[in-house]
Design a protein around this ligand. Sequence first.
Ligand code: ADP
Length: 439
Amino acid sequence: MTVRHVELLALMGLGSLYGWYADSSLWIFSGTLGGAVLWLGLDDSRLSKVRAWLAAEDWGNEPVLPHVWGALVDKFRKIQKNLAGKARDSQARLDEFLSAIQASPNGVMLLDSQGRIEWSNQTAAEQLGIDPQRDLMQHVTNLIRDPQFSSYLSAAEFQHEVAIPGPLSTPSKPVVVAIRIHPYGKKRRLMLSRDVTAVQQAEAMRRDFVANVSHEIRTPLTVLSGFVETLQTLELNAQERSQYLALMATQADRMQTLVSDLLMLSKLEGSPVPSRQASVQASEWLRSCLQDAQNLSKMMSEAGHLFSVDTSMDFDLAGNETELTSALSNLLNNAVRYTPPGGSISAGLRLLESGDAEVWVSDSGPGIAPEHMPRLTERFYRVDRSRSRDTGGTGLGLAIVKHVAQRHGGYIRIESRLGEGSTFTLHFPSDRIAALSID
Ligand code: ADP
């Protein structure tokens, strides 16, 4: 028996006591009934208070009620507090999860069964040109209007991804976004996007590179095999034989130079940045490379070139001697190869106030037109293809120079005017330079 029942019996008992006091069996009955009705009213008003409190959801202001009603309110209050705590935890976890998806470098978008945007992270919004708040519940095909995307979505064959131009894509600066849809739940879709511009560019560069290398190797190979065939089929006298063999040796040399330039490039790309433990003395480095260039100049023509060198400033340069020598030799050899015999070639060292240092190579050669300048350090880019080939060029020299400079924290600067010669400067940062005093 609960307190509530005791209360009912007590009120009924009081009613019948009142009837007994009035000395009438009718009054006893009425008193008992009245007690019961009074209890019912009391109980109902407590129930109403509980209902009003629940309807108002005013959890902090619970009604103060006796016995079972009070216990009920108390219990409910505890359950509600518990649930609110759990909801807070879930919300915090959801917020954390969403901020993790926001931080993703890939775009993430959730589509409902109608293809409307339910949620999108900032990356997807930027990649696909939508507003993550304003465009919520918009149909995705109204916002991404690329026909390839529309047919990808309607075909519903999501085993592969589709690549479309990004909203900021221009012909001179293309941006490509790859989209892949993953169905989940009841016809819902998770849409992932990523910027594949760099990947596609790298892939195009790789294809071009393979095509270029094949082309560069095929040319001397064709010539070589032609000579081999001639030697095999024709009766040649000793003079003709040695003439052919000399031409074959030139082609073999060309292939060898190409292969060694390719190996140099791949070594530069695959090895760690040169340490600062070893260093070269700039004046010695420059003089030894200049000596090789002078020898090349003599080999190429009788008139040769007029050389001058300025080592009035000197410094130690921390880095890899083989790489640095290859870079500087490339610049000096280019000066020799592109400057007509009798022209002048000068080189020198410069220490800047910032502590940085430079080595420069100037020539009085043909110069380079401005439109070619930005592409000169690309692999296999040549302004004058036949001049490059005739002088044994591979089209990889300046690419190697640029790599070496960058690996030493520096860069290459090219200044040139058509018909007035060129200056190529290698710039190195102060943290690799130790100035030397000249006595
Ligand atoms: P290559 O083996 O053809 O010389 P490089 O990468 O060394 O290749 O140079 C790229 C192109 O830059 C050359 O083909 C040439 O057209 C141009 N170039 C390089 N150095 C000079 C220079 N000193 N004077 C004029 N043009 C140059």
